[in-house]
Design a protein around this ligand. Structure first.
Ligand code: ARG
Length: 605
């Protein structure tokens, strides 16, 4: 049985559900090679097998241990005469396995493996029967926090928050697929001095604030801006605003109620976006952690980590030229104090073993310092490869056609809801243009336009390495050719229609028929399907959704090659059953990819 964990990660007892996971092809090969390595070099018991998929003509996978091992054992009286001989021995000492068809040693000792196509076919059929969960990764953590989306109260959710929402949701989904309990946290900015000025401004504008309707005060962003202007230009207002903060933070009823009312209005706005994107989050905003801050700072102070600097209390971190301010010179707390308290809470109260923060790269230094402070305090282990772990998932900017930060004509930041509206209406227009208006019900049009429109926005974001900036372009993302959600969604729908047109009961074929991978194009497709498990594992471990997008796009290309080859005719051929099963397996894997990317599949086009 396989456990996908490195030696530094502790694995406790597995539940039965985890027992059912098979592990990726790579992990299964690693297990076999581990046995061989132990026999080949008994004096080096801790060598980890280095297995990589390869596209060369020599095989499907490669074991790359020979060279490294040689440098460890040479000159120590070994019987081997160079890396190729070590490779040869690794090959000869492999236990027999139904996975492996043949092995060969090439170059400086690479051991190439050709997988058995019978084993491959059987594994795919097993996945069809038991479900794709048997290909789920097994990260060595039980509970994770994904802190994502996290917009600020009284401010508009902008494209940056869109990226955070989409990327965070995917990461949460990948971990959930791996049976990790994920606490999806919306760390909204609902606390801080800005509320004093906003509340004071609103009190002035609406003397009976409690009776003010939501529509009256709905445009919070505008009030916020106006209050900021007042704050900067009117000393008397500034004074009152500062007083308001004290009264609010001191818990004065009238102020608390106004604050709660403001939060509720923003929350309802955010919720509309989440609902459209199909994203679920649980709000624990900055205010939630506020009561924990004094205790946490006191703890850090007792440990001798907090020092006085220019009136503020700070933590000095080696290698970083600015200190982390944990108490401002006016005695107030800040973004960093809240994040320290939140991290403490997540580790100690929620027992999270992996805490993931999704924000733009601009906040990288902030998180780097918070994590380093946590390491100094001993909350987190020193290295980056062990758990509990905190990870910052940074992302780049969204750019407009002009290569500058994405803005609308009047240079306001782009409103998220407008983007989603446009994506949907454009995809709906295309459907109508294609005559679907006559063939489909109103409901089918709506749900397909939702799936395609929102799917296009999500995929255009996720397919890029998150650290790079990308250009937002509706025409590109809604193109039905190339690496887009539209192309992929249609490809999936086409596969479903092949299966429907066959008139066969696919469940019955799964259980009674046999999948074979005799043709090269069938085998290529089969191999790619089998690699799903290691790809999701890589995407999850490295927190890189684009790895999964690349995989999905390649899958549909490899499927096309198979399907368009006349030698691989599906319906009506003597291999019909097997090929329909291969079509179904492709559709199942594509759907899982969509599911992990938060994209709703469509079944007909
Ligand atoms: N509200 C912040 C912003 O809009 C993001 C919060 C991220 N999460 C955190 N724990 N700091 O920039």
């Amino acid at each position: 049985r396989l456990v996908l964990a490195t030696k530094t990660q502790s694995i406790t007892t597995m539940t039965t559900q985890e027992e059912e996971c098979m592990g990726s092809v790579k992990a299964q090969l690693a297990k076999i090679f581990e046995t061989s390595l132990k026999v080949t070099v008994p004096n080096e018991p801790d060598v980890e097998p280095l297995i990589a998929a390869c596209t060369g003509k020599f095989g499907d996978y490669q074991c790359n241990n020979a060279m490294g091992l040689w440098s460890k054992i040479k000159g120590k009286g070994t019987q081997f005469r160079g890396p190729p001989a070590v490779g040869e021995a690794i090959k000869n000492n492999l236990p027999t396995s139904e996975m492996i068809e043949s092995c060969s040693v090439a170059g400086p000792g690479f051991v190439n493996v050709v997988l058995s196509k019978n084993w491959m076919a059987k594994s795919i059929q097993k996945m069809l029967i038991e479900g794709i969960d048997i290909w789920a990764p097994m990260p060595p953590v039980k509970t994770a926090v994904v802190d994502f989306s996290s917009p600020n109260i009284a401010k508009e959710m902008h494209v940056g928050h869109l990226r955070s929402t989409i990327i965070g949701d995917t990461l949460a989904r990948m971990l959930e697929f791996s049976k990790v309990k994920v606490l999806r946290r919306n760390h909204v900015g609902d606390w801080g001095t800005q509320f004093g000025m906003l509340i004071e401004f609103l009190f002035e504008k609406f003397p009976n604030f409690e009776d003010a309707t939501e529509t009256a005060i709905g445009d919070l962003q505008a009030f916020y801006k106006a209050s900021k202007l007042r704050f900067d230009s009117d000393p008397a207002f500034k004074e009152r605003a500062q007083q308001a903060v004290v009264r609010l933070q001191g818990g004065e009823e009238k102020y608390r109620r106004a604050w709660a009312q403001i939060c509720e209005i923003s929350r309802n706005e955010f919720h509309k976006v989440y609902q459209r994107l199909g994203v679920h989050l649980e709000e624990k905003g900055e205010s939630f952690y506020n009561p924990y801050i004094p205790g946490v700072i006191e703890g850090l102070t007792k440990q001798g980590l907090v020092e006085e600097s220019q009136g503020a209390r700070v933590i000095f971190i080696e290698g970083v030229n600015i200190p982390l301010i944990v108490v401002k010179s006016d005695g107030g707390f800040n973004y960093a104090s809240t994040d320290l308290a939140a991290l403490w809470y997540r580790l100690n109260e929620e027992k999270a073993e992996w805490i993931i923060y999704v924000t733009d790269v601009g906040q990288q230094q902030h998180f780097d310092m918070v994590f380093k402070a946590a390491k100094l305090a001993g909350w987190l282990p020193q290295g980056d490869n062990s758990y509990p772990r905190a990870s910052h998932v940074g992302f780049g900017l969204v750019l407009g056609e002009d290569g500058k930060r994405f803005r609308t004509r009047n240079t306001e930041v782009v409103r998220l809801v407008d983007l989603l509206d446009e994506a949907k209406s454009r995809s709906k227009a295309t459907l109508i243009e294609r005559g679907k208006g006559e063939q489909w019900t109103e409901e089918e049009i709506e749900s397909t336009a939702d799936a395609v429109g929102y799917g296009a926005v999500k995929y255009a974001d996720l397919k890029n390495n998150r650290l790079t900036n990308y250009t937002f372009n509706f025409d590109q993302m809604l193109n039905d050719k190339g690496n887009t959600a539209v192309y992929l969604l249609y490809a999936h729908a086409r596969i479903c229609s092949i299966i429907r047109r066959s008139g066969k009961d696919i469940e019955e074929l799964m259980n009674k028929g046999t999948l074979v991978l005799d043709h090269k194009d069938e085998r290529d497709l089969g191999l790619h399907l089998l690699q799903f498990a290691e790809v999701v594992e890589e995407a999850t471990t490295n927190l890189l959704p684009n790895v999964l997008c690349d995989y999905l796009y390649n899958l549909s290309e490899i499927f096309s090659k198979f399907y368009s080859n006349p030698e691989c005719k599906v319906i009506g051929s003597d291999k019909e059953t097997s090929r329909l099963l291969l079509c179904e397996a492709t559709a199942v894997v594509m759907r899982k990819c969509f599911n992990l990317l938060g994209i709703t599949p469509i079944y007909k086009i």
